[in-house]
Design a binder for this molecule. Structure first.
Ligand code: SF4
Length: 51
């Protein structure tokens, strides 16, 4: 089964919740993604309101 690339936001929820562990991530890609996310998600940020 392939994800619809137009809709998928790469949240990895499907990987986390599949009871059959049918979806997996390549360890190298997972490491690269975690490094990228560390930069964006590292540290607490101030609340912001966008209208
Ligand atoms: S659960 Fe997340 S990663 Fe999986 S297909 Fe849906 S949007 Fe993509």
């Amino acid at each position: 089964m392939k994800a619809d690339t137009e809709k998928c936001i790469s949240c990895m929820r499907c990987v986390a919740i599949c009871p059959k562990k049918a979806r997996k991530l390549n360890k190298v890609l997972l490491f690269a993604a975690s490094q990228k996310m560390k930069k964006a998600c590292g540290g607490r940020k101030k609340n912001e309101l966008f209208l």
